[in-house]
Design a protein around this ligand. Structure first.
Ligand code: PMP
Length: 294
Protein backbone atom coordinates (compact mmCIF):
# COMPACT_ATOMS: atom_id res chain seq x y z
CA UNK A 1 0.00 0.00 0.00
CA UNK A 2 2.07 2.92 1.22
CA UNK A 3 1.07 6.54 0.78
CA UNK A 4 -1.20 7.78 -1.99
CA UNK A 5 0.24 9.13 -5.20
CA UNK A 6 -1.45 11.31 -7.79
CA UNK A 7 -0.72 9.75 -11.20
CA UNK A 8 -2.38 11.05 -14.36
CA UNK A 9 -5.65 12.13 -12.83
CA UNK A 10 -5.97 9.18 -10.47
CA UNK A 11 -5.03 8.66 -6.86
CA UNK A 12 -3.26 5.31 -6.46
CA UNK A 13 -1.30 3.62 -3.65
CA UNK A 14 2.45 4.21 -4.15
CA UNK A 15 3.19 0.52 -4.86
CA UNK A 16 0.73 0.64 -7.78
CA UNK A 17 1.97 3.97 -9.12
CA UNK A 18 3.85 2.71 -12.16
CA UNK A 19 4.73 4.46 -15.40
CA UNK A 20 5.59 3.17 -18.83
CA UNK A 21 9.10 2.24 -19.96
CA UNK A 22 8.35 4.59 -22.89
CA UNK A 23 7.78 7.59 -20.66
CA UNK A 24 9.86 10.47 -22.02
CA UNK A 25 11.01 11.38 -18.53
CA UNK A 26 12.59 7.92 -18.31
CA UNK A 27 13.75 7.71 -21.93
CA UNK A 28 15.25 11.20 -22.30
CA UNK A 29 14.94 13.13 -19.05
CA UNK A 30 12.28 15.07 -20.94
CA UNK A 31 10.25 16.73 -18.21
CA UNK A 32 10.21 19.17 -15.32
CA UNK A 33 9.82 18.89 -11.56
CA UNK A 34 9.48 20.61 -8.20
CA UNK A 35 10.49 19.77 -4.66
CA UNK A 36 8.15 21.38 -2.15
CA UNK A 37 8.05 21.29 1.61
CA UNK A 38 5.29 21.09 4.19
CA UNK A 39 5.73 22.54 7.66
CA UNK A 40 3.20 22.08 10.48
CA UNK A 41 0.40 20.96 8.17
CA UNK A 42 0.95 23.80 5.68
CA UNK A 43 2.51 23.73 2.22
CA UNK A 44 5.27 26.31 2.11
CA UNK A 45 5.25 28.61 -0.93
CA UNK A 46 2.80 26.32 -2.75
CA UNK A 47 1.74 28.83 -5.41
CA UNK A 48 5.32 29.95 -6.05
CA UNK A 49 6.36 26.33 -6.70
CA UNK A 50 3.38 25.70 -8.96
CA UNK A 51 4.14 28.89 -10.88
CA UNK A 52 7.78 27.83 -11.36
CA UNK A 53 6.64 24.35 -12.48
CA UNK A 54 4.31 25.83 -15.08
CA UNK A 55 7.06 28.22 -16.21
CA UNK A 56 9.52 25.34 -16.61
CA UNK A 57 6.91 23.32 -18.53
CA UNK A 58 6.04 26.28 -20.76
CA UNK A 59 9.71 26.87 -21.55
CA UNK A 60 10.12 23.34 -22.93
CA UNK A 61 6.62 23.39 -24.48
CA UNK A 62 4.91 20.84 -22.26
CA UNK A 63 1.25 21.74 -21.92
CA UNK A 64 -0.09 20.87 -18.47
CA UNK A 65 -3.84 20.24 -18.90
CA UNK A 66 -4.86 22.06 -15.71
CA UNK A 67 -4.81 25.57 -14.35
CA UNK A 68 -2.20 26.50 -11.76
CA UNK A 69 -4.95 26.65 -9.11
CA UNK A 70 -6.24 23.20 -10.05
CA UNK A 71 -2.69 21.85 -9.85
CA UNK A 72 -2.15 23.44 -6.43
CA UNK A 73 -5.42 21.86 -5.25
CA UNK A 74 -4.23 18.44 -6.45
CA UNK A 75 -1.10 18.85 -4.36
CA UNK A 76 -3.18 19.78 -1.31
CA UNK A 77 -5.48 16.80 -1.94
CA UNK A 78 -2.56 14.31 -1.96
CA UNK A 79 -1.12 15.91 1.19
CA UNK A 80 -4.53 15.68 2.85
CA UNK A 81 -5.00 12.00 1.94
CA UNK A 82 -1.52 11.20 3.24
CA UNK A 83 -2.11 13.33 6.35
CA UNK A 84 1.13 15.20 5.75
CA UNK A 85 2.28 17.45 8.58
CA UNK A 86 5.98 17.90 7.85
CA UNK A 87 7.53 16.44 4.76
CA UNK A 88 8.61 16.65 1.16
CA UNK A 89 6.33 16.82 -1.85
CA UNK A 90 7.74 15.81 -5.20
CA UNK A 91 5.98 16.86 -8.38
CA UNK A 92 7.14 15.50 -11.74
CA UNK A 93 5.70 16.24 -15.18
CA UNK A 94 7.11 14.53 -18.25
CA UNK A 95 6.21 15.00 -21.92
CA UNK A 96 4.32 11.70 -21.80
CA UNK A 97 4.52 8.18 -23.17
CA UNK A 98 5.82 7.65 -26.71
CA UNK A 99 8.87 6.13 -28.36
CA UNK A 100 11.30 8.26 -30.30
CA UNK A 101 12.56 11.75 -29.79
CA UNK A 102 10.09 13.76 -31.83
CA UNK A 103 7.87 15.84 -29.51
CA UNK A 104 5.20 16.14 -32.20
CA UNK A 105 4.19 12.57 -31.25
CA UNK A 106 3.42 13.63 -27.67
CA UNK A 107 -0.18 13.11 -26.55
CA UNK A 108 -0.55 14.03 -22.90
CA UNK A 109 2.01 14.63 -20.18
CA UNK A 110 2.63 12.22 -17.32
CA UNK A 111 1.92 13.93 -13.99
CA UNK A 112 3.04 12.55 -10.64
CA UNK A 113 2.59 14.07 -7.17
CA UNK A 114 4.01 12.12 -4.24
CA UNK A 115 4.78 12.85 -0.61
CA UNK A 116 7.73 11.56 1.38
CA UNK A 117 9.66 12.06 4.56
CA UNK A 118 12.51 14.46 4.20
CA UNK A 119 16.18 13.45 4.47
CA UNK A 120 17.60 16.39 6.40
CA UNK A 121 21.20 17.50 6.78
CA UNK A 122 22.45 16.48 10.25
CA UNK A 123 22.10 19.11 13.00
CA UNK A 124 25.91 19.47 13.36
CA UNK A 125 26.12 20.80 9.81
CA UNK A 126 23.87 23.71 10.78
CA UNK A 127 25.89 24.33 13.94
CA UNK A 128 29.35 23.98 12.40
CA UNK A 129 28.74 24.82 8.74
CA UNK A 130 29.47 23.02 5.50
CA UNK A 131 32.86 22.46 3.90
CA UNK A 132 32.37 22.88 0.17
CA UNK A 133 34.50 22.22 -2.91
CA UNK A 134 34.30 23.73 -6.39
CA UNK A 135 33.32 21.11 -8.95
CA UNK A 136 34.73 20.78 -12.44
CA UNK A 137 31.22 20.16 -13.85
CA UNK A 138 29.73 23.50 -14.92
CA UNK A 139 26.07 24.53 -15.06
CA UNK A 140 24.86 24.26 -18.67
CA UNK A 141 24.92 27.50 -20.66
CA UNK A 142 21.53 29.08 -21.43
CA UNK A 143 22.30 28.50 -25.14
CA UNK A 144 21.75 24.80 -24.33
CA UNK A 145 19.18 24.95 -21.56
CA UNK A 146 18.27 27.88 -19.36
CA UNK A 147 19.11 26.84 -15.77
CA UNK A 148 15.92 28.57 -14.61
CA UNK A 149 14.07 25.62 -16.15
CA UNK A 150 13.87 22.96 -13.46
CA UNK A 151 14.16 20.20 -16.03
CA UNK A 152 14.82 16.55 -15.31
CA UNK A 153 17.62 16.08 -17.86
CA UNK A 154 19.65 19.05 -16.69
CA UNK A 155 20.17 17.41 -13.33
CA UNK A 156 22.75 14.98 -14.69
CA UNK A 157 25.17 17.94 -14.38
CA UNK A 158 24.16 18.46 -10.74
CA UNK A 159 24.43 14.74 -10.01
CA UNK A 160 27.90 14.55 -11.59
CA UNK A 161 28.97 17.59 -9.58
CA UNK A 162 27.57 16.02 -6.39
CA UNK A 163 29.67 12.91 -7.09
CA UNK A 164 32.76 15.12 -7.26
CA UNK A 165 31.85 16.59 -3.86
CA UNK A 166 31.13 13.14 -2.38
CA UNK A 167 34.49 11.83 -3.60
CA UNK A 168 36.27 14.22 -1.21
CA UNK A 169 33.62 14.01 1.54
CA UNK A 170 32.59 17.63 1.07
CA UNK A 171 29.24 18.84 2.41
CA UNK A 172 28.28 20.30 -0.97
CA UNK A 173 29.72 21.07 -4.39
CA UNK A 174 29.85 24.55 -5.88
CA UNK A 175 29.20 24.88 -9.61
CA UNK A 176 30.50 27.65 -11.86
CA UNK A 177 29.04 28.74 -15.17
CA UNK A 178 30.85 28.36 -18.49
CA UNK A 179 32.48 31.81 -18.04
CA UNK A 180 33.83 30.79 -14.64
CA UNK A 181 31.49 32.89 -12.50
CA UNK A 182 29.92 31.35 -9.41
CA UNK A 183 26.49 29.89 -10.16
CA UNK A 184 25.08 27.69 -7.41
CA UNK A 185 25.61 24.58 -5.33
CA UNK A 186 24.35 21.25 -6.69
CA UNK A 187 20.95 21.71 -5.05
CA UNK A 188 21.11 25.13 -3.40
CA UNK A 189 21.69 28.81 -4.11
CA UNK A 190 24.63 30.69 -2.60
CA UNK A 191 24.93 33.99 -0.70
CA UNK A 192 27.89 35.78 0.83
CA UNK A 193 27.95 38.55 3.43
CA UNK A 194 30.56 41.28 2.96
CA UNK A 195 30.79 44.54 4.89
CA UNK A 196 27.30 43.99 6.34
CA UNK A 197 25.68 43.50 2.91
CA UNK A 198 24.53 40.34 1.19
CA UNK A 199 25.66 39.38 -2.30
CA UNK A 200 24.26 36.62 -4.46
CA UNK A 201 24.63 35.74 -8.16
CA UNK A 202 21.86 37.02 -10.46
CA UNK A 203 19.74 34.57 -12.45
CA UNK A 204 21.85 35.56 -15.48
CA UNK A 205 24.78 33.73 -13.86
CA UNK A 206 22.95 30.49 -14.74
CA UNK A 207 21.09 29.60 -11.56
CA UNK A 208 17.75 28.20 -10.63
CA UNK A 209 15.71 31.07 -9.23
CA UNK A 210 15.36 29.43 -5.85
CA UNK A 211 12.19 29.99 -3.89
CA UNK A 212 14.20 29.88 -0.67
CA UNK A 213 16.60 32.40 -2.27
CA UNK A 214 13.71 34.79 -2.95
CA UNK A 215 12.36 34.27 0.57
CA UNK A 216 15.77 34.97 2.12
CA UNK A 217 16.23 38.12 0.00
CA UNK A 218 12.89 39.38 1.35
CA UNK A 219 13.67 38.41 4.95
CA UNK A 220 17.09 40.10 4.70
CA UNK A 221 15.48 43.30 3.43
CA UNK A 222 12.99 43.15 6.31
CA UNK A 223 15.98 42.99 8.66
CA UNK A 224 17.34 46.14 7.01
CA UNK A 225 20.11 44.36 5.11
CA UNK A 226 21.05 45.43 1.61
CA UNK A 227 21.05 42.59 -0.94
CA UNK A 228 23.05 42.97 -4.15
CA UNK A 229 22.69 40.58 -7.07
CA UNK A 230 26.03 40.51 -8.88
CA UNK A 231 28.40 38.19 -10.67
CA UNK A 232 30.73 36.58 -8.14
CA UNK A 233 34.04 34.85 -8.68
CA UNK A 234 35.69 32.26 -6.46
CA UNK A 235 37.81 35.09 -5.03
CA UNK A 236 34.60 36.75 -3.77
CA UNK A 237 33.66 33.59 -1.89
CA UNK A 238 37.13 32.89 -0.48
CA UNK A 239 37.37 36.45 0.87
CA UNK A 240 33.76 36.88 2.10
CA UNK A 241 32.95 37.56 5.76
CA UNK A 242 30.25 34.87 5.76
CA UNK A 243 28.67 32.46 3.33
CA UNK A 244 25.53 30.32 3.32
CA UNK A 245 23.43 28.18 1.00
CA UNK A 246 19.65 28.20 0.57
CA UNK A 247 17.26 25.56 -0.71
CA UNK A 248 13.96 23.85 0.02
CA UNK A 249 15.64 20.85 1.68
CA UNK A 250 18.61 22.63 3.29
CA UNK A 251 16.71 25.84 4.23
CA UNK A 252 19.51 28.26 5.24
CA UNK A 253 22.77 26.44 5.98
CA UNK A 254 26.14 28.03 6.80
CA UNK A 255 29.13 27.34 4.55
CA UNK A 256 32.43 27.81 6.35
CA UNK A 257 35.05 26.80 3.82
CA UNK A 258 35.55 26.50 0.08
CA UNK A 259 38.35 24.47 -1.50
CA UNK A 260 40.19 24.34 1.83
CA UNK A 261 40.05 28.14 2.34
CA UNK A 262 38.35 29.19 5.54
CA UNK A 263 35.56 31.71 4.97
CA UNK A 264 35.54 34.54 7.54
CA UNK A 265 36.12 33.14 11.03
CA UNK A 266 35.51 29.59 9.79
CA UNK A 267 32.38 29.46 11.95
CA UNK A 268 28.74 30.25 11.01
CA UNK A 269 28.48 34.05 10.94
CA UNK A 270 26.20 36.48 12.73
CA UNK A 271 24.18 37.53 9.68
CA UNK A 272 23.78 33.87 8.67
CA UNK A 273 22.49 33.11 12.18
CA UNK A 274 19.97 35.95 12.01
CA UNK A 275 18.67 34.74 8.66
CA UNK A 276 18.45 31.12 9.83
CA UNK A 277 16.34 32.31 12.76
CA UNK A 278 14.17 34.57 10.60
CA UNK A 279 13.65 31.73 8.12
CA UNK A 280 12.56 29.28 10.85
CA UNK A 281 10.15 31.81 12.29
CA UNK A 282 8.73 32.40 8.83
CA UNK A 283 8.26 28.70 7.97
CA UNK A 284 6.53 28.17 11.34
CA UNK A 285 3.72 30.52 10.38
CA UNK A 286 3.55 30.69 6.57
CA UNK A 287 2.05 28.30 4.04
CA UNK A 288 -1.21 27.07 2.57
CA UNK A 289 -3.11 24.90 5.09
CA UNK A 290 -3.56 21.22 4.14
CA UNK A 291 -7.27 20.37 4.53
CA UNK A 292 -8.07 17.63 7.08
CA UNK A 293 -8.56 14.13 5.64
CA UNK A 294 -12.22 13.46 4.84
N1 PMP B 1 19.60 25.33 -7.30
C1 PMP B 1 19.36 24.05 -7.68
C2 PMP B 1 20.17 23.47 -8.78
C3 PMP B 1 18.35 23.30 -7.05
O1 PMP B 1 18.11 22.05 -7.43
C4 PMP B 1 17.65 23.88 -5.97
C5 PMP B 1 16.58 23.08 -5.26
N2 PMP B 1 15.35 23.13 -5.92
C6 PMP B 1 17.92 25.21 -5.62
C7 PMP B 1 18.91 25.90 -6.30
C8 PMP B 1 17.17 25.88 -4.53
O2 PMP B 1 15.85 26.18 -4.96
P1 PMP B 1 14.62 26.22 -3.96
O3 PMP B 1 14.96 27.21 -2.92
O4 PMP B 1 13.47 26.63 -4.79
O5 PMP B 1 14.49 24.84 -3.39
Amino acid sequence: MGPNVFLNDKIVPSDQAVISIYDHGFLYGDGVFEGIRAYNGRVFKLYEHVRRLFGSARAIAIDIPMTEDEFANRILEVCSLNEVKNGYIRVTVSRGVFLGLDPKNAKSPTIVISTDNLALYPKEMYENGLHVVTCSTRVPPPQSIDPRIKSLGKYICNITAKMEANRVNAGEGLMLNIQGYVAEATGDNIFVARGGKLETPPTAAGILEGITRNTVIQLAKNLGLEVVEKMLTLFDIYTADECFLTGTAAEVIPMVSLDGRQIGTGKPGEITGKLMKAFHEYTAKEGVPIPPKK
